[in-house]
Design a binder for this molecule. Structure first.
Ligand SMILES: [Fe+2]
Length: 334
């Protein structure tokens, strides 16, 4: 739309003023509408759009400053030019400080009004351009941040896989745990957002093992209480490693993935439903995969054996509701 096809609403209770403005601006190619009161103007604006409103602040019915404020609040893209008598100068200036785009003193020259309309339209165009530019910049920044985060997460994932692959007993552990946790999550009707948090935390849940002594971790035998305590700090360490790049829900799931439902886990601060649901799900998937994987010091349990063990620990180590979903899921896939 060219500027000259734009719509101008002229609000003035004096019909001769409306008429001369209408004639002048129409001659310049603008489409003009008239209103003789604030009420009439507001009524017209509810069903129509004007690029510019020329508003006499002396229009009967309501105070000009109030009307001008209402127009700007309801239609922020509409430019408002107020007209006022010279002795109302302070009110006109007040209108501009409250959002009006310009003011003209009466009696005005028609060319002066035309110039003010053109200026207001130019300003409007510029504001729209700035808005678009800012949106684009914001979009690019979001895209860059998301891209960086994705690359960083990819690096951590690769690190976890590399760490697990070094040991034939743990190779592929996080990926298998993720598949199982997601299957349980779906059984529990988790939302898409919760499933995504669960996926992310399951893939990264053991990242803290990077900081754990490899000799203890791969020890071919039972761990001493001290060694067990050393290994178990990986949950908290892992949460700290991923915190800068994931949301708080993912951090919490990783931090609590070794918590016991009955609160009997090592250095545990929360219990029961207070443990994040994702962590309660991850605990079952993690334990099941660990039990069904061979270790240097023991053979792998069979699936029925491990399933029985999970069932036995419902209510103590594991959330009974999660175990129920796990059993349902296991039954449907067996
Ligand atoms: Fe773990």
């Amino acid at each position: 739309m060219s500027d000259k096809q734009k719509r101008i609403l002229i609000v003035d209770d004096e019909s001769p003023i409306r008429r001369v403005l209408h004639q002048k601006l129409s001659k310049e190619g603008y489409r003009c509408e008239e209103a003789n009161s604030a009420e009439q103007a507001m009524h017209w604006l509810t069903g129509n759009t004007a690029e510019v409103v020329i508003l006499d602040i002396e229009t009967p019915g309501r105070s000009g400053t109030e009307v001008q404020k209402e127009i700007k609040a309801r239609y922020p893209d509409t430019s408002v030019i107020v007209t006022a008598d010279v002795n109302e100068g302070s009110i006109a200036i007040q209108c501009v400080t409250q959002g009006a785009d310009d003011y003209i003193f009466k009696p005005f020259k028609l060319d002066e009004v035309l110039l003010s309309v053109e200026r207001a339209l130019e300003k409007r165009k510029l504001e729209a351009k700035i808005k678009k530019y800012q949106q684009r910049l914001r979009g690019e920044a979001d895209w860059q941040t998301a891209g960086m985060r994705q690359r960083f997460l990819g690096t951590i994932e690769a690190l976890v896989f590399a760490l697990e692959a070094k040991d034939k007993y743990t190779a592929g552990h996080s990926q298998r745990v993720t598949s199982m946790a997601l299957a349980i999550g779906k059984e529990l009707a988790l939302s898409a957002e919760e499933l995504e948090d669960l996926r992310c935390s399951s893939l990264l849940h053991d990242v803290g093992k990077i900081a754990v002594d490899q000799l203890i971790q791969n020890k071919p035998g039972r761990l001493t209480p001290e060694e067990y305590e050393h290994i178990m700090i990986h949950a908290h360490l892992g949460a700290g490693i991923v915190r800068p790049v994931v949301n708080e829900a993912v951090v919490e799931i990783i931090d609590h993935h070794h918590d016991h439902y009955d609160g009997s886990g090592l250095h545990q601060a929360v219990a029961g439903e207070t443990i994040p649901l994702g962590a309660r799900i991850l605990a079952v998937a993690d334990a099941f995969d660990a039990m069904t994987s061979e270790r240097a010091y023991r053979a792998a349990m069979t699936i029925p054996e491990a399933t029985r063990e999970i069932k036995r620990c419902a209510g103590t180590q594991f959330d009974p509701a999660v175990v129920k979903a796990f059993l349902k899921m296991a039954k449907s896939t067996s």
